[in-house]
Design a protein around this ligand. Structure first.
Ligand code: 5AD
Ligand code: SF4
Length: 442
């Protein structure tokens, strides 16, 4: 605890979050930890005495971007006495004390399982002016008994498991977030119930691989079935699913239980079996296609989104074309597409890699071009349908319009006023502009 009550009261912190939803959820935990220690959260960096960067290591670009931001913000120290700058998240975990070499003005580096120590660490930094690095991974840490301070009041991100055991050969996450562990089901269910009571009628269950959730004989579909019974919420989403663990039971549960939304994010990564094998993904393109068929048979209107990587080491033109072709065949609603980025310490970093950067970029661009057409067509197909929209906010473009999401995760705007925020409204879709549906209240 920060002992100097007066100082504590006036200390404000800001957290800038990069990367995936897990980091967003972790930042919400950190806000609660620091609030409980008597510090105050601010959204205004000029007000902050503590700046925390919650970082991502998944690709080199993500790291470079945050290093640029850190460099730019530590310069505030020249005119702001006692300003603390700390790094948390995957980069903190991966680089630890090395971050101090990258920028010697950084005050603390705290890894993903050490956030409970943040108040003490901040106190020590203030008292001793010393650099502190705490990055031990702790398999036991699941941040139970800590209710996150939600950044989005309408959709509660609820972490159901931490870490990853899959060791896809390109991926740094198993190294930065440690081994997989599931939170107790009772804890999760009470967090869902509380979120609903706090008027977050939509919850998103989070984990690196939610399909392998397991707690005392409860698997992920069991968790969904129990969550579906909670009266205070109306919608349940989840990310991310791994194709190797997506069971028939999960598909049946999604189709049967009303609150579970018709959307699945199912990273494909590649459409070529040899590359999938080199990636250690443990499924084939045929298995993936079979899953898509089963999902669409059970839920004809399900939205399917994915992640793919262009230019994995040794990927040939033919192998990349397999990815392009399977994406055309599947017709994803949306895809996050990345060019391969080498991550030191992963297995793939040791693979022979002779693909020129220009080839990687060209493959990525082709994937993006094709998917943009598919996504546009998918959105246009919704014209004429009636969708349930969970209204979140005013539209950014037009203040007479409200914006929200359909059950299948498509942003939808329609004429309306702020009294509709946090309500479920039936909207008839009349147009699709870019990746936004436009509608009228039905
Ligand atoms: N290079 C490029 N993309 C990566 N991803 C993970 N690691 C890498 C990497 N080294 C992508 C995967 C994953 C998503 C979150 O990020 O597609 O599903
Ligand atoms: Fe990374 Fe694979 Fe784990 Fe996803 S499942 S976090 S891609 S190792």
């Amino acid at each position: 605890m920060i002992s100097d009550i007066k100082r504590k009261k006036y200390m404000k912190f800001i957290i800038e979050t990069y990367g995936c939803q897990m980091n967003v959820a972790d930042s919400e935990l950190i806000v609660s930890i620091l609030n409980n220690a008597g510090l105050t959260h601010t959204e205004n960096i000029d007000d902050a005495q503590i700046i925390i960067f919650n970082t991502c290591s998944v690709r080199e670009n993500a790291e470079k971007r945050v290093i640029g931001r850190i460099t730019s913000e530590v310069s505030r120290k020249s005119h702001q006495n006692n300003l603390l700058v700390g790094i948390v998240g995957c980069m903190a975990q991966r680089l630890g004390e090395e971050l101090k070499k990258i920028n010697k003005k950084i005050d603390f580096v705290v890894g993903v399982d050490q956030y409970s120590l943040l108040p003490e660490i901040i106190e020590d930094c203030l008292n001793n002016n010393d650099f502190i690095s705490k990055t031990t991974l702790n398999q036991a840490e699941i941040y139970n008994d800590l209710y996150p301070t939600r950044s989005n009041p309408l959709n509660a991100f609820i972490t159901i498991m931490r870490g990853c055991n899959n060791f896809c050969t390109y991926c740094i996450v198993p190294f930065t977030r440690g081994r997989e562990r599931s939170r107790p089901i009772k804890e999760i269910l009470s967090e869902i119930e509380l979120a609903g009571q706090n008027k977050s009628f939509e919850v998103t269950l989070l984990g690196q691989n939610v399909n392998s959730y397991s707690f005392e004989n409860n698997d992920f579909p069991d968790l969904l079935q129990k969550a579906n019974e909670i009266d205070s919420i109306r919608r349940i989403r989840f990310v991310t699913s791994h194709p190797k663990d997506l069971s028939d039971k999960l598909i049946e549960t999604m189709a049967t239980y009303e609150k579970v939304c018709e959307h699945i994010h199912l990273p494909l990564q590649s459409g070529n079996n040899e590359i999938l094998n080199k990636m250690n993904r443990k499924y084939t393109a045929e298995h993936y296609l079979n899953l898509i068929n089963k999902l669409r048979k059970a839920m004809p209107d399900i939205a399917i989104t994915t992640d793919v990587i262009a230019g994995f080491p040794s990927e040939t033109e033919e192998q990349y074309l397999d990815t392009l072709n399977i994406m055309k065949e599947i017709q994803f609603d949306f895809a996050y597409m990345f060019k391969y980025s080498e991550r030191t310490g992963t297995k793939a970093a040791d693979f022979e890699d002779s693909i020129p950067e220009t080839t990687r970029l060209y493959r990525l661009q082709n994937l993006i071009d094709q998917q943009t057409e598919i996504t546009t067509a998918k959105y246009k197909k919704k014209i004429g349908s009636i969708q349930e929209v969970y209204v979140e906010c005013k539209s950014k473009r037009n203040s007479n319009e409200m914006s929200g999401k359909t059950r299948d995760f498509k942003i939808t705007v329609f004429d309306g006023n702020e009294s509709l925020i946090n309500q479920f409204v039936k909207v008839k879709i009349v147009d699709a502009v870019g990746w936004t549906l436009k509608g009228i209240k039905n």
